[in-house]
Design a protein around this ligand. Structure first.
Ligand code: EZ4
Ligand code: CO
Length: 403
């Protein structure tokens, strides 16, 4: 088999998505997600201008060789744009291989390790009462695990509280919108939120929380300690992870499990945190960490230290990534949980898919490949629209902070 063509489909059915489609001389095609939120066109150009010319004529079955060719061959290793582009190629090639075999992708990875994939949904509210109601609504929908984010009294706009209740979408403007921040107010508020949730919800559901890189290490340690009574499944991105030594300090102070990795793009970003047992869940994804081939390497390293997977799955990860992730999750032995935010109906129409949700679990389906397609005719109705993630500034003096 030979790759005869490859092309990029950019569309915006409510938000931007970049999709790579690879075609072969045997008529089999495969697709991969290449969406990098707020920097979409850089990846599209990287693929179009620098990767696609190298793919034509290659045997799509040689997934590993093509991966190494694109990673080593670029000379400039790693980074979100390179690794998202490689991920798109890798995902599309796994799709083709599985279709050629006539098997759902999880069978090629080693088959099912579980009956379904536990996912967590997002409960967002403007204040504690509203967030508690949202958590209960997610429990009613069947979710076994729920992430809770709440507005903070005295802070104008806070991460996790956005438009809509099923489709929270942070990339909200054609220039970055500005949020404000107060660590003191957040740290006072958040333990009260989880106390209120446990009181109404009880103890039969997993609860998660995303700090979104807002705290210094000692502040993160304090929040972890204050949340211990509510037995969180995890506290996510408690502090920025460029300096990974910071996690030692957090670890020394709290038994609240720690999750990191949605912005990581290779195993090298994960290595020290995993080997030093500073985290409990690794959140790298198919689309931002080099595809299924590379994510498998990260998961195998993590397994040595009882670190489990918890892949990022917000709405900027397209249904193509979601489908591939669910095959991966069904197989990966050290699976923890999968993030899931429902896409809009417009997005689902552009990306018809075999995966389903039932009672808090998801299933990738059994069609050959990863089970997600792209309807190019519908996609054409939604042209690219520039959109940015917000920035965050300290209240009072406007110091730029971590969003
Ligand atoms: O901010 O996907 O856990 N989920 C998150 C997301 C991220 C966006 C960034 O593109 O933190 O909401
Ligand atoms: Co996050």
């Amino acid at each position: 088999m030979k790759i005869t063509s490859a092309r990029i489909i950019v569309c915006s059915p409510g938000r931007n998505f970049v999709t790579l489609k690879i075609e072969t001389d045997e008529g089999l095609t495969g697709i991969g997600d290449a969406t990098l939120n707020g920097r979409e066109l850089s990846v599209a150009s990287y693929l179009q201008d620098h990767v696609i010319p190298c793919l034509i004529g290659r045997d799509p079955h040689q997934i590993e060789d093509i991966w190494q060719y694109l990673y080593r061959g670029a000379y400039w290793r790693r980074g979100p744009i390179t690794m998202t582009a490689i991920a798109a190629v890798d995902t599309a090639l796994w799709d083709i291989k599985a279709k050629a075999a006539g098997l759902p992708l999880y069978q090629l990875l080693g088959g099912k390790s579980r009956t379904g994939v536990m996912v967590y949904g997002h409960a967002n509210g403007s204040d504690i009462e509203h967030t508690v109601d949202e958590v209960l609504r997610y429990a009613d929908m069947g979710y076994k695990a729920i992430r809770a984010q709440s507005g903070v009294p005295g802070i104008d706009k806070v991460y996790g509280v956005g438009r809509g209740t099923m489709f929270y979408e942070p990339a909200d403007a054609d220039l970055p919108s500005e949020h404000d921040w107060s660590t003191e107010k957040y740290l006072r508020h958040t333990p009260k939120l989880f106390a209120a949730i446990r009181e109404k919800l009880g103890w039969d559901h997993h609860l998660l929380h995303d700090v979104h890189h807002r705290l210094t290490p000692i502040e993160a340690a304090r929040l972890g300690k204050d949340l211990e009574p509510y037995r969180l499944f995890w506290m996510e991105d408690a502090t920025p992870a460029e300096n990974q030594e910071a996690f030692k300090l957090i670890r020394q102070h709290t038994t609240t499990p720690l999750a990191v990795g949605e912005i990581f793009n290779t195993i090298w970003d994960c290595k020290d945190l995993i080997e030093n047992q500073l985290i409990d869940f690794i959140r790298t994804t198919v689309v931002h960490a080099g595809g299924i081939s590379h994510l498998r390497r990260i998961a195998d390293l993590a397994a040595l230290y009882q670190v489990r997977t918890g892949s990022h799955g917000a709405t900027d990860l397209s249904p193509v990534c979601m489908g591939a992730a669910l095959h991966f999750d069904l197989w990966v032995p050290n699976f923890g949980i999968q993030e899931y935010m429902k896409h809009t109906d417009e997005t689902d129409a552009v990306f018809p898919h075999a995966y389903t949700f039932k009672e808090g679990f998801m299933y990738p389906g059994d069609v050959p490949g990863h089970g997600v397609d792209v309807d190019e005719t519908i996609a054409k109705k939604y042209p690219y629209q520039r959109a940015y993630l917000p920035v965050n500034r300290q209240q009072h003096d406007g110091t730029l902070w971590n969003w």
